[in-house]
Design a protein around this ligand. Structure first.
Ligand code: IDP
Length: 136
């Protein structure tokens, strides 16, 4: 069954020139792009996107980081797209959790600067796609 997920190439991924690399991996996996846009987000959008982390010690830094430069937002579609992209991304900590062969495992070093975001459940995907691409 086809589903959709919200993927971000975060500002660190854009500044490091990894947008093409991330898109290539998504496409090689067999997933397709339903929407894609380069944009710089305001604080309100970033805070809504990461609302579940509000109150955690890293929340302020995370919002600063996400709003600090252009990012690429995408809606990615395909069979089991939500877990499939999470598999491509690798675990949150690029060294302790993400394994080589994943985006974070291959290119990341720090937890905050872990290059990509992917929705973690159908409920998150629906909420995040509405937030980032309300017209879809
Ligand atoms: P996920 O992106 O793998 O779903 P979440 O736990 O939802 O991970 O965390 C959201 C984002 O917040 C992470 O991708 C990372 O950028 C940042 N983050 C998570 N935990 C920490 C931390 O302990 N320190 C700094 N940043 C963190």
């Amino acid at each position: 069954m086809s589903e959709r997920t919200l993927v971000l190439v975060k500002p660190d991924g854009v500044s490091r020139g990894l947008v093409g690399e991330v898109i290539a991996r998504i496409e090689r996996k067999g997933l397709t792009l339903a929407a894609l846009e380069l944009r710089t987000v305001d604080r309100a959008t970033a805070e809504q996107h990461y609302a579940e982390h509000d109150g955690k010690p890293f929340f302020g830094d995370l919002v600063e980081f996400i709003t600090g430069g252009p990012l690429v937002a995408m809606v990615v579609e395909g069979t089991r797209a939500i877990p499939a992209f999470r598999q491509l991304a690798g675990g949150t900590d690029p060294v302790e959790k993400a394994t080589p062969g994943t985006i974070r495992g291959d290119f990341g070093l720090e937890v905050q600067f872990n290059l990509v975001h992917g929705s973690d459940s159908p409920e998150s995907a629906e909420r995040e796609i509405k937030l980032w691409f309300p017209a879809l």
